[in-house]
Design a protein around this ligand. Sequence first.
Ligand code: 13P
Ligand code: ZN
Length: 270
Amino acid sequence: MKDILTAPFMVEMVRTATNMYDHGWDERNGGNISLLLDEREVREYLDADRAIRTIPTGFAAPRLDGQYFLVTGTGKYFKNVQYAPAVNLGLVRLTNGGEIAELLWGFEDGGSFTSEFPAHMMSHVSRLAVDPENRVVMHCHPANLLAMTYVHTLDEREFTRTLWQMCTECIVVFPDGVNVLPWMLCGTNAIGEATAEKMKTARLVVWSQHGIYGAGRDLDEAFGLIETAEKAAEIYMKIAHLPRLNTITDEQLHLLERRFGVKGREGYLD
Ligand code: 13P
Ligand code: ZN
């Protein structure tokens, strides 16, 4: 059996959590990540037939039955992941139609997966239906996106258009735009279901006055999506109170669509 701490998925997870902390997106225990793993890869590092313990999930997700996830722990600090991965992360396999998580590795202090596990798993189901290669769901609390939800309309078309106008390459990075949920109680199945519904049409979902969710094929893609949206929100927060003399026009956004072979969300450009 190979040392799981050297597994590429583990190394990348630890690096990503550290990088997110360094970006200031994950104060205290803020934020959570789930990474869908390949069974064959997992079996190189552990005996997948020996569960340490089982944890009920509180929801059903038949699509994910038998799937393996590396996930951050509830109450755990991203800043500490690099120093104690086996305490702050866990590797689970979903069984019983997604209602039970078998812990195969990690959460060594008796901990459990993130309180946002419903939003993560339900979002995986939504994204896998759109893109079978999707593996990552990531949540964090970037300051500028959060700030924007206090002063900008939460209308998804308007929110997306504002972000597209803040940096030239935004429309190229997230042509599907940003979906927005109003404030909801976090850590519940209800916010999980609402997030998953929004994940059917975009890889970025803002939780107003809370944070953002990003999804992607790998950790870099999910990180890069959030990074780009957060940069755009930062520019918005720098200029929102100033007279705007120039902007990126819809005509220019159409030029970008053609140049980069992307199509902005239907109906979002004039
Ligand atoms: P967890 O510590 O349970 O992952 O919660 C952090 C968070 O960001 C809740 O939305
Ligand atoms: Zn949060």
